[in-house]
Write a protein that binds this ligand. Structure first.
Ligand code: PEP
Length: 249
C-alpha cells in the first residue's frame, strides 16, 4: 500500500514573511498522520523553513549534479543537506523550459541527490503540442527511460507526472487521461526496476486545487499530488492534504 504524498512546490515565491504559512501547513500535516506532506521552497528559505516546520520535511526545487566546482549560481546536494533539506525536485518542466534542462540532466541531478541521501521527486510530462500530436505516452515513457536514476527505489524516489500544459493554467487532463498515463508510467517503471516499481509513488501535478484533489487522488496509480500555486498558503494547501487523507481511508 503506497501512502499518499502531497508535495508543495513554492517555485520562486517565499520570503521569511511567509514562514507562518510553513508553520500552519506543518501543523495540518501533523494532524493528517495517514498521509505524507512536504514543501519544496526556494533555496534561500530552506534553513528558515526547517526551523519552523517541525516534522514536515522541507525540500529544494533543483540541485546541481556536481558536489562543488565552478558553477556560478548553482547549489549542490551537500549544500542542500547542510541547509536542512531532505529532498529535492529534479526535472521540473519549468526548468526544462527556462533552463533547457534535459532528461539526462534530471538523471544526473537525481543521482547527485541520492549520493547525499536526499529523497528525489523526478518530474516528467508532455507539452500541449505533444499531447495534441498523440505523443503524450511516448514522451513520458522516453523521459522516464532517460532520467530514471540507477538503483531507483521507493525508499528515495518519487515520480511526478506533470503535463506541462496543465501547470499553472487551471486546466487538467480528464481523470481517464490521468489514469492512462499513470498506468503507462507504472508499467515503464516495472520494466526498468521490476517489483520495486510497485512501491514507487507516482504523483500527479498540474492545477491541483482543493476542489479537484479528491477526485484526482482517487485515480488508480495516483499516489499523491505535486502542487504549485495552491501550496503557497495553508488556506489552499491544507484542503489538498485533507483530501489525501479522505481518499486514504
Ligand atoms: C508545479 O509547479 O509543479 C505545479 C503543478 O504547479 P500548479 O499546481 O500551479 O499547476
Amino acid at each position: 500500500m503506497r501512502r499518499k504524498l502531497v508535495a508543495g512546490n513554492w517555485k520562486m515565491h517565499g520570503l521569511r514573511a511567509q514562514l507562518g504559512e510553513v508553520e500552519a501547513i506543518a501543523a495540518a500535516a501533523a494532524a493528517n498522520p495517514g498521509v505524507d506532506a512536504t514543501l519544496c521552497v526556494p533555496f534561500t528559505l530552506i534553513s528558515a523553513a526547517v526551523g519552523v516546520a517541525g516534522a514536515l520535511p522541507i525540500g529544494a526545487q533543483d540541485v546541481h549534479e556536481a558536489d562543488q566546482g565552478a558553477h556560478t549560481g548553482c547549489i549542490s546536494a551537500p549544500m542542500l543537506v547542510e541547509a536542512g533539506a531532505t529532498l529535492t525536485i529534479v526535472g521540473h518542466s519549468e526548468r526544462r523550459a527556462d533552463q533547457h534542462e534535459t532528461s539526462h540532466d534530471a538523471w544526473a541531478k537525481a543521482a547527485a541527490a541520492r549520493r547525499h541521501g536526499l529523497q528525489v521527486i523526478l518530474c516528467c510530462g508532455e507539452t500541449e503540442a505533444e499531447r495534441d500530436a498523440g505523443r503524450a505516452e511516448r514522451i513520458v515513457q522516453s523521459q522516464i527511460e532517460k532520467s530514471l536514476p540507477d538503483g531507483a527505489s521507493p525508499e528515495w524516489l518519487t515520480l511526478a507526472y506533470e503535463p506541462r500544459w496543465a501547470i499553472g493554467t487551471g486546466r487538467t487532463p480528464t481523470l481517464d487521461e490521468i489514469a492512462s498515463i499513470h498506468a503507462i508510467a507504472r508499467a515503464k517503471l516495472r520494466m526498468m526496476v521490476g517489483d520495486a516499481a510497485l512501491g514507487i509513488r507516482i504523483l500527479y501535478g498540474g492545477s491541483v486545487i482543493g476542489t479537484n484533489a479528491a477526485a484526482i487522488l482517487a485515480v488508480d496509480n495516483v499516489d499523491g499530488a505535486l502542487v504549485g500555486g495552491a501550496s503557497l498558503t495553508a488556506e489552499k494547501f491544507v484542503p489538498i492534504i485533507e483530501a489525501a487523507t479522505s481518499v486514504s481511508r
